[in-house]
Design a protein around this ligand. Structure first.
Ligand code: NAD
Length: 467
């Protein structure tokens, strides 16, 4: 077996691992990254954020051309039709280009790549099994193995009729009826894709609301808008099983719901969350025990209980988001090299890339009420924003929550056109400890969607100009 020595070995080349590898190499560490998949980039690039956004954009354009109010804008369209294989092929091509891009970045930064499965093998050792089998030694080992889709007892996944988000990125044809289990990010994003391409979509959700964790006022508006788009919701409904069913010469599925009639479907998307990917990592060889939710416990410097072993991203606590993993990876390696490195958990944005987009950062109104924190709230509706009107995208609002005494911004939540881009300003403001007045006094170009953020900040003090 080949034996190699590096300063840092990273297991996993998702957005957490590959970004940490690049940063570590920039800082002068001899860095290696072990990834079992031939393509770099992890779930995010291969079967998550990136391909889903390609399909969201394409399906949105198709839907707009077919059903959008284009004639009123003076645009006449004829005979718009769907070429699903071409749409899926473009997605795969883009994924290929981006994952090749990561391989190029590894080369440029002199990160050594091992294709194979990495496993901790005692202190300072990582065994790689697979194409580039080797025994690696390193002073520092970083675990960035991400997460895998969770399922439920009673759901018989076959990866075809009943599948997870990966399956739903590549249905060969538009399902007649798609049943989505779970109204979180994945269920709503991929449910939206197939709805726009023509499927009947029913989302079954255990809770009495969609998007758990999102500010409730925003989630309620989202539910109303998704219903208007023709998506059907069954809330307060616990799915207890799903199985394949053959009949009338076609294959489908039946979804069992506690206390209700079962639902028949052509396809079922199971989107009930993800779980940390820690199987067969050799954690026991270093005495690392998982917490009650299967995560690797770490301190604020991402150190596990074993000296020299760190973990970031979906395998530790916090939201399972690519950008959170990236920030943690950077902070972790910067601290190893420079002694400094920090992630502000209070300013990690969340974005759901539906239409309209839903984005938030900081505390929700429910959390502030529960804590007893006194706050003022400013709301501005996109229908009063001239750019949103020009775009014919008038649904949604921006909501800013600021401390009642200090005016410091505590949370910003929005639903509306390009909310996922607009939230960046709120994240920057909160990162600098801004007050709502600070934000309200910043000059925003006119006419832009970003003026809705300024107006919401003005609304905190009851002085929005166009409300
Ligand atoms: P999620 O946790 O966001 O939502 C899962 C939903 O399933 C919850 O609403 C839950 O109440 C429901 N559920 C659980 N058991 C159920 C049952 N028996 N019957 C009916 N409903 C049930 O999970 P997800 O949407 O699968 O996403 C997984 C992870 O991936 C999340 O952590 C998310 O942050 C991340 N993700 C993020 C993005 C993004 O940032 N845009 C996109 C996709 C995924």
């Amino acid at each position: 077996m080949t034996e190699r020595q590096h300063d840092l070995v990273i297991i996993g080349a998702g957005p957490g691992g590959y970004v940490a590898a690049i940063r570590a190499a920039q800082l002068g560490l001899d860095t290696a990254c072990v990834e079992r998949e031939p393509r770099l980039g992890g779930t995010c690039l291969r079967v998550g954020c990136v391909p889903s956004k390609v399909l969201l954009e394409s399906s949105e354009q198709y839907h707009e051309l077919r059903g959008g109010n284009l004639a009123a804008r003076g645009i006449k369209t004829e005979a718009v039709s769907l070429d699903l294989p071409a749409m899926l092929a473009r997605k795969d091509k883009l994924v290929g280009e981006l994952t090749d891009g990561v391989a190029g970045l590894f080369k440029k930064n002199k990160v050594t790549r091992y294709e194979g499965t990495g496993r901790l093998d005692g202190a300072g050792k990582v065994a790689v099994a697979g194409k580039d089998a080797a025994l690696l030694s390193a002073k520092h080992v970083l675990i960035a193995t991400g997460s895998v889709p969770a399922s439920l007892p009673g759901i018989e996944m076959d990866g075809e009729v009943i599948g997870d988000s990966t399956t739903a990125l590549s249905y060969a044809e538009v399902p007649r009826h798609l049943v989505v289990i779970g109204a979180g990010y994945i269920g709503l994003e991929l449910g939206s894709v197939w709805r726009r391409l023509g499927a009947e979509v029913t989302v079954v959700e255990y809770l009495d609301r969609i998007l758990p964790g999102t500010d409730l006022e925003i989630a309620r508006e989202a539910l109303k808008l998704f219903k208007r788009q023709g998506m059907q919701f069954v809330l307060k409904a616990r799915v207890t099983g799903a199985r394949r069913q053959e009949g009338d010469g076609k294959t489908g599925a039946v979804v069992e719901i506690e206390g209700r009639d079962p639902l028949a479907a052509d396809r079922v998307l199971v989107a009930v969350g993800r779980k940390p990917h820690t199987d067969d990592l050799g954690l026991a060889s270093l005495g690392i025990a998982l917490d009650e939710r299967g995560r690797i416990p770490v301190n604020e410097h991402f150190e596990t209980t074993a000296a020299g072993v760190y973990a970031i991203g979906d395998v530790i606590d916090g939201p399972m988001l690519a950008h959170k993993a990236e920030e943690e990876g950077i902070a972790c390696v910067e601290r190893i090299v420079t002694g400094w490195g920090h992630v502000d958990r209070g300013t990690i944005p969340g974005v759901c890339y539906t239409d309209p987009e839903i984005a938030g950062v900081g505390r929700t109104e429910e959390q502030l009420t529960e804590d007893g924190t006194p706050f003022r709230k400013g709301i501005f509706f996109f229908r009063a924003n001239s750019r949103a009107r020009a775009l014919d995208r008038i649904d949604g609002r921006v909501k800013i929550l600021a401390h009642a005494q200090t005016d410091r911004i505590l949370g910003v939540h929005m639903i509306g056109p390009r909310a996922g881009d607009l939230i960046a300003e709120a994240v920057a403001a909160m990162s600098f400890g801004a007050s709502s007045e600070d934000l309200a006094r910043v000059c925003h170009a006119h006419p832009t969607l970003s003026e809705a953020v300024k107006e919401a900040a003005l609304a905190v003090a009851g002085r929005a100009l166009h409300a």
